[in-house]
Design a protein around this ligand. Structure first.
Ligand code: NAI
Ligand SMILES: O=C(O)C1=N[C@H](C(=O)O)C[C@H](O)C1
Length: 246
């Protein structure tokens, strides 16, 4: 049995993770922690893997506390920068064998959309990203859109492509946030859950790659896969794609 504790357990994602772990074969729910509760109660004596879905402002300190305790960590919270990940990498040096796995998105549709988009990137002069979410989301653009923008930019750079053409002369904010040279647009709309479109253009043609997570259950197979894989790859790793046969 894999003993799984959940941090942010009262949140939208946390509640789904608690239910998914309860229903998963060979897993048992250990502790559930939310804001104001003592995360140091999670120890190797009661937990093999901790799943963290909290808020961007709290996630780094939660992960550091869990690493210090000596449990594997699966993280879905957004807001991770290279600087924050370097802090975790440094902590992990004191805990050889321990794994911290961060996934900007656990939905297979979105992971594949980003993978296909990275393949397509070098064939198109223009690329932009539109992410669409529920209005209760606290961060914009989404962690997924940021990750996708970095992947597209890396693919374009590797292919030696020039800057994306854009002759905008005045911009009151309508052109979105520019991430690594890619324009990223965020929509917040009641009724939506989590959606992403990657738009590519050439003269006379367009390719749109779109992923829709209609329900948070879409993230659960990916979360459970990451829990099962915890410890197989020591250190910090990012992205569910590495566990897929791509
Ligand atoms: N990687 C993925 O596939 C997905 C990632 N997310 C991300 O997961 C995060 C959580 O999203 P939601 O569940 O929708 O948010 P939410 O606001 O519904 O839940 C967050 C929970 O964390 C708790 N919390 C706040 N501070 C805490 C602390 N210091 N320690 C422990 N718990 C604390 C809150 O009380 C709340 O219960 C966000 O960053 C979101 O972008 C969401 C969906 C999928
Ligand atoms: O807050 C959400 O809902 C989501 N957050 C993640 C993100 O910011 O990319 C993943 C998914 O888009 C849902």
């Amino acid at each position: 049995m894999i003993r799984v504790s959940v941090i942010g357990a009262k949140g939208r994602m946390g509640q789904h993770v608690v239910a998914a772990v309860r229903n998963a074969k060979y897993m048992e729910l250990a502790l559930t922690i939310d804001a104001g509760e003592d995360i140091t109660a999670i120890t190797p004596e009661n937990t093999d893997v901790a799943v963290e879905f909290s808020v961007p402002s709290a996630s780094l300190e939660n992960v550091r506390a869990l690493v210090k305790s000596g449990v594997h960590v699966v993280v879905g919270t957004t807001g991770w920068t290279e600087e924050k990940m370097d802090i975790v990498r440094a902590d992990l040096k004191e805990h050889p064998g321990l794994s911290v796995f961060i996934a900007p998105n656990f939905a297979i549709s979105t992971v594949l959309a980003e993978y296909f988009a990275a393949q397509a990137a070098k064939y198109f002069e223009s690329a932009e990203i539109v992410e669409l979410h529920h209005p209760d989301k606290v961060d914009a653009p989404s962690g997924t859109a940021l990750h996708t923008a970095h992947a597209l930019a890396a693919a374009r750079q590797a292919a030696g492509m020039p800057n994306i053409p854009d002759n905008t002369q005045t911009d009151g904010g309508s052109r979105g946030q520019v991430v690594d040279g890619i324009h990223v647009h965020a929509v917040r709309l009641r009724g939506l859950n989590a959606h992403e479109e990657i738009l590519f253009g050439n003269a006379g043609e367009q390719l749109v790659i779109r992923a829709d997570s209609f329900d948070r259950t879409s993230f659960m197979p990916g979360v459970l896969l990451a829990v099962r894989k915890a410890g197989t790859r020591a250190g910090l790793s990012v992205g569910l794609d590495q566990y897929l046969d791509l």
